[in-house]
Design a protein around this ligand. Structure first.
Ligand code: 5AD
Ligand code: SF4
Length: 441
């Protein structure tokens, strides 16, 4: 039996794609965690920021030595760097056998056969009909994790001026609802209890496909499948967050009271330069409406500091917004130029040390807010979906609340995959700590 090693960089979409590749490779290849014993090494790449891309080149560069010693090992680059660079990868990394774009994944098995027959290297970065392919489910009999991603759309039409995604993932297309529901049914039959619907911009699901339901309707259909206990979704674009979706989130018990709503900046001038399609006021009024409909909702966001032209005043507006909204968690990044993204050619680039300083200020402010929110859980009993033993301490169970907070707790054996009540006793920066109270189901 041959073995495959996959290293995945980047977002949940890449994690999902890596799982799909593993499923397609069965039964010819079984996964391994040790690249030294693999006959096939796949690096599923991210190019959203320059740093992510550099990591890929340095990792694959190091595989040159291995290829010299064992030329029969097949090395493949997949994902966004593959899509973006195509043939160029072979110039820089001549030991690579396969460059596979973001929508060419389903052709992986056929390309491998060609390469094994001596017809490599192969570059396939065609964008097109990925969603028209038959579903492939893993044939593994192993337990699946308690939660799983399901892609509902790919690509993006928004062209935020800093972003490379529309160039690496192509135009927005939605996946047929039947396939989504079938995949969810399969996952639930294997014991999965939490479904996370994925797309670059889930709120515009089905907008181009007349026959498809709206995203809110799709959420209802997924939540109705017996065995689905929790549903989440990401990523939501604030400009496409509709009243219908906010109401659905508030009404359907399976849909968790948690929303990742990337704001990127608190300054209207910068939001306009970013081509985000909303103002600070539009954003805040949606947050207000969400909290009206769903008072317990937890929010998280993405922030970019040091976008070209960002002044101290613009930056201050971002800090003010963080104080205003009080996100439970944020993901913050220094702006980085990306090829093909329009902002690369914008004037007034912000100096690196200024970006570093702004990022540190964001971290400092958010650490305080996160700590305050986490501490407010102390003494409360919360619902936790148990994912398994904590990787850091095997005497503790770990899982997440509906609000997406990590909870580590002491409890009896056999809790994996169960929904339980936990009394929170302590709060750290990244997780909550508690005591098992009761089994819900
Ligand atoms: N520079 C910095 N951050 C970026 N992101 C996307 N493109 C860039 C870039 N060029 C961030 C955004 C997005 C997240 C996934 O990555 O905040 O929401
Ligand atoms: Fe990139 Fe904007 Fe599309 Fe998100 S919505 S993937 S940030 S272009």
């Amino acid at each position: 039996m041959k073995k495959v090693f996959i290293r995945t960089f980047g977002c949940q979409m890449n994690i999902y794609d890596s799982e799909r590749m593993l499923a397609m490779l069965q039964p010819d290849y079984t996964p391994t965690q040790e690249w030294e014993e693999a006959q096939l090494i796949l690096v599923n790449t991210c190019s959203v920021r320059a740093k992510a891309e550099q990591k890929v080149y340095s990792l694959v560069g190091r595989l040159k030595h291995l290829k010299r010693q064992r030329p029969e090992v097949i090395i493949g680059i997949t994902g966004c760097v593959a899509q973006q660079e195509g043939e160029n990868i072979l110039k820089r990394l001549p030991h690579v056998d396969l460059v596979l774009g973001t929508q060419a994944i389903y052709r992986l098995p056929q390309h491998l056969k060609q390469i094994e027959a001596g017809h490599g290297p192969i570059v396939d970065i065609a964008l097109g009909d990925d969603f028209t392919q038959p579903l492939v489910f893993p044939t593994t009999t192993e337990d699946l994790p308690v939660k799983a991603f399901v892609t509902i759309m790919q690509g993006c039409d928004n062209f935020c001026t800093y972003c490379i995604v529309p160039h690496t993932r192509g135009r927005e297309i939605s996946r047929p609802p039947e396939d989504i529901l079938k995949e969810v049914e399969y996952l639930v039959s294997k014991g999965v209890r939490e479904i996370i619907l994925l797309g670059q911009n889930v709120n515009s699901y089905g907008r181009k496909e007349k026959r498809f339901p709206s995203f809110a309707e799709l959420l209802r259909q997924v939540a109705c499948i017996p065995g689905v206990w929790r549903v989440r979704f990401t990523t939501s674009h604030p400009k496409d967050l509709t009243e219908e979706l906010m109401q659905t989130l508030a009404e359907i018990p399976e849909v968790c009271e948690y929303l990742h709503l990337p704001v990127q900046s608190g300054s209207n001038r910068i939001l306009r330069l970013m081509n985000r399609g909303y103002t600070r006021e539009d954003y805040l009024s949606k947050v207000k409406r969400l909290r009206q409909l769903c008072p317990d909702i937890t929010l998280s966001t993405d922030i970019i500091v040091g976008f070209p032209g960002e002044t101290e005043e613009d930056f201050q507006a971002t800090l003010d917004l963080l104080e205003d909204v009080r996100y439970a968690e944020i993901f913050s990044f220094k702006y980085s130029d990306r090829p093909l993204a329009r902002a690369k050619n914008f004037p007034s680039k912000v100096a690196e040390d200024v970006k570093t300083c702004r990022l540190a200020q964001v971290h400092k402010l958010q650490s305080r807010i996160t700590r305050e929110i986490n501490e407010s859980f102390i003494g409360q009993t919360v619902e936790v979906l148990v994912e398994g033993k904590s990787p850091k301490d095997k005497t503790l169970w770990t899982g997440r609340t509906r609000s997406h907070h990590v909870v580590n707790f002491i409890g009896p054996e056999g809790l994996k995959g169960h929904l339980v009540y936990v009394l929170i006793e302590r709060a750290g920066q990244h997780s909550l700590r508690g005591q098992f109270k009761d089994l819900i189901r």
